[in-house]
Design a protein around this ligand. Structure first.
Ligand code: V47
Ligand code: SF4
Length: 382
């Protein structure tokens, strides 16, 4: 379906009583021009929810029409034991408490993969803690076995946090290590481990794991190999609006260079049972504002994903009018990262029909995609 951008919303915004600063930003966005760092911060600090929604929706419909994408996927978390101790993480158990966690073998993971043999899933998302045993050999063996068993299943796996550790242990450069994993069957990289790129905040909440420069470098090399990935931002904890824009600015610059990112995924900090439990969670209004600013700022990202398992299906639905165009997938109750952190969705699982209904309920057009956003089924006419 093709949406015609009526001049109605733009004239409404430009004629409303907004400040000169905001009017200038709106004019730029309507003209397809990029906004600056300072303008991004101004949006966070000064724009009303209605202003942000109208502007973000303009960008969203220009880029993705009325479509909302989803896929058929499931997650595998090979371990929740971790050599790191990020203070926001409710999921991991330190290696010294490994008896409280799980550490799956290749055989155990293959048994999970085989459970989906009769199901129309297109993607397996594999990520978790970082442990010495799950090294390069482990993942090479795992990916090869998955591909041998089910060649058409897209493996979206491992973040730079895991990759940096694994490659260092194998004494391989990022390029060498990524080549090995690509040959074994790695299809794309999920967006995790980005957290917040500002060094002070990163050191406070995720000290010891791969640095911002290392995170960006692994994605850059991966993109240089003709492959794709996602990018996340953990927001709503101790960061400022400036830190959020700084994070997006670094992603925007890398995307200008490589064009390898598929989607940007804001991840709301959830505060249950972690070391940052004293930090209150931000409101749903802030979630919507953040999605909208991301949509406006990241002009070279095609997709903004509302990860419903983290934000809850109701907010995810609302966000479809604040810049987002992707809801992730069916998930099939296979991830614990967010349920353990206190998300609304304690057993995240949606059928195709439920996803289609959620999307239709807000007047959007559901489209099933694969990991790389090739359309599998357009539900507009069905
Ligand atoms: O990097 C961990 C986040 C991420 C908490 O690429 C938390 O399609 C909020 O990256 N509160 C991993 N966030 C998940 C991830 C992801 C999820 C869905 C889709 C994709 C994709 C990627 O989860 C971590 C961290 O930023 N996280 N704990 C927490 N308490
Ligand atoms: Fe480990 Fe990832 Fe949790 Fe940090 S967020 S402690 S790296 S599992």
């Amino acid at each position: 379906m093709n949406i015609t951008h009526s001049s109605h919303s733009s004239t409404t915004l430009l004629n409303s009583g907004v400040s000169g600063n905001l009017k200038a930003i709106a004019q730029k966005v309507y003209a397809g021009e990029r906004i600056t760092f300072e303008e991004g911060v101004t949006l966070y600090k000064e724009a009303s929810l209605g202003f942000l929604g109208t502007l973000a929706n303009f960008v969203r419909e220009k880029k993705n029409n009325n479509y909302v994408y989803f896929n058929h996927n499931f997650h595998i978390e090979p371990t929740n034991i971790c050599v790191y101790a990020c203070s926001f993480c409710s999921y991991s158990r330190l290696i010294k408490h490994r008896e409280q966690g799980w550490e799956l073998t290749v055989e155990q993971i293959m048994a999970i993969i085989k459970k989906y043999d009769e199901q129309a899933v297109t993607e397996v998302h594999i990520t978790g803690g970082v442990v010495p045993k799950q090294d390069l050999n482990f993942y090479t063996e795992l990916f090869s076995q998955i591909k041998k068993h089910r060649p058409d299943l897209h493996i979206k796996a491992l973040t730079p946090v895991e990759l940096h550790y694994i490659f260092k242990k194998s004494k391989l450069s990022y390029a060498e290590g990524l080549k090995v994993l690509k040959e074994a069957g790695l299809g794309s990289m999920p967006g995790g481990g980005a957290e917040i790129f500002d060094k002070d905040i990163r050191d406070k909440i995720a000290g010891g794991k791969c640095s911002t420069e290392e995170w960006l470098s692994i994605h850059e090399i991966w993109h240089g190999m003709g492959c794709h990935s996602n990018a996340t931002m953990l927001y709503g904890h101790i960061e400022t609006f400036e830190h959020r824009i700084d994070h997006m600015e670094r992603l925007r610059q890398l995307q200008d260079k490589t064009k390898g990112f598929n989607a940007f995924i804001p991840l709301k900090f959830r505060n249950k049972e972690n070391e940052m439990a004293h930090v209150p969670e931000v409101s749903v209004i802030e979630d919507l504002r953040n999605y909208a600013v991301a949509r406006i700022y990241l002009d070279n990202f095609q997709h903004i994903k509302a990860y419903w398992a983290m934000i809850g299906r109701n907010t995810a639905q609302l966000s479809l009018n604040f810049g987002t165009d992707d809801l992730d997938g069916t998930i099939d109750d296979t991830t614990k990262i967010y349920s353990m952190a206190g998300a609304e969705e304690q057993s995240p699982k949606l059928s195709t029909q439920e996803l289609v209904d959620l999307i239709r309920a807000v007047g959007r057009t559901p489209v099933e995609r694969d990991t790389l956003y090739n359309i599998i089924k357009d539900h507009s006419t069905i």
